[in-house]
Design a protein around this ligand. Structure first.
Ligand code: COA
Length: 264
């Protein structure tokens, strides 16, 4: 694994992925994007891992966005290369984070600008340190956000709130981000990783199959008309019907005991 990504897995099955370019505020250059995508591929097939925490190295930044020096050469090479090497690479990453079958919690430890904000939008759960801040500074560089930021942010927080961030480029605080639904919670800086692990533990106490079904139903359904979304929900429920986990969950309730899910 590249040293731009650090991966630690704890005994409870939570992997912590650390963006590790602190001297560049964990800006996403192409090797870092590719290393993150590759780490997610490894985690997806590793049965010992049930959830993921994504955070940044250093005290200052979660991620300062796409690496401007890196992608500027793609922009200078023209539309085809810019879309192929920069835009689609970043969009693939945020879509992968959004649709990953195991829960990913962003632990936003500092500034989350540009692509850092887009990764926060894409993952299903996020906790911010009090010192974190969020911004869409791309407008100042002369272009709209290209890693899903014009699409996910308005769906997440509403059109006007999103457009204020997109059109001004001004940062918002962690508290403001929680207020508009960009992150779930704000905690003191030193409690960030414990809070993320605690949240991961609460999720992983449940059936892994049911967790994956909730993630798939919400992520696939949210951009569909309600009747199609309900069909997605029914499909996900139907996938649980033949499993032992659904029998265990219902049986444990009826027998007044704590369920023990095996993930099958
Ligand atoms: N791409 C490439 N390098 C970046 C970067 C980015 N998005 N963000 C920060 N860096 C680098 C800086 O160039 C600097 O490197 P250097 O020490 O080799 O010169 C280092 O990270 C530290 O950044 P610096 O600007 O000195 O920190 P700061 O505290 O003064 O400012 C920011 C922090 C985030 C306000 C500022 O770095 C910034 O505006 N970054 C760009 C954010 C952005 O536009 N992101 C979207 C890109 S599409």
């Amino acid at each position: 694994m590249s040293d731009q990504i650090l991966l630690r897995t704890d005994e409870g099955g939570t992997a912590t992925l650390v963006l590790n370019r602190p001297d560049k505020l964990n800006a996403l250059d192409y090797p870092l994007i590719d290393a993150l995508a590759s780490a997610l591929d490894d985690i997806e097939t590793d049965d010992a891992i049930g959830s993921v925490i994504l955070t940044g190295a250093g005290r200052k930044a979660f991620c300062a966005g796409a690496d401007i020096k890196c992608f500027s050469s793609s922009v200078n090479a023209g539309v085809e290369i810019a879309l192929r090497d920069f835009v689609r690479r970043g969009q693939r990453l945020t879509s992968r984070l959004e649709t990953f079958p195991k829960p990913i919690i962003a632990a936003v430890n500092g500034l989350a600008f540009g692509g850092g904000c887009e990764m926060t939008e894409a993952v299903p759960l996020a906790i911010a340190a009090e010192s974190a801040s969020f911004a869409k500074p791309e407008i100042r560089l002369g272009f709209p956000p290209p890693f899903g930021g014009t699409q996910r942010l308005p769906r997440l927080v509403g059109r006007k709130r999103a457009l204020k961030m997109l059109l001004t480029g001004e940062p918002i605080t962690a508290g403001e981000a929680a207020g508009i639904g960009l992150v779930n919670d704000v905690v003191p800086d030193e409690e960030l990783l414990p809070a993320a692990r605690d949240l991961a533990g609460k999720v992983m106490a449940h059936s892994r199959l049911a967790v994956a079904a909730c993630l798939a139903a919400v992520t696939r359904g949210i951009n569909l008309p309600i009747d199609e979304g309900l069909a997605v929900e029914a499909t996900q429920f139907g996938r649980m019907v033949p499993t032992r986990d659904i029998r265990e969950g219902i049986g444990a309730f009826l027998e007044r005991r704590t369920p023990s899910f095996g993930g099958h």
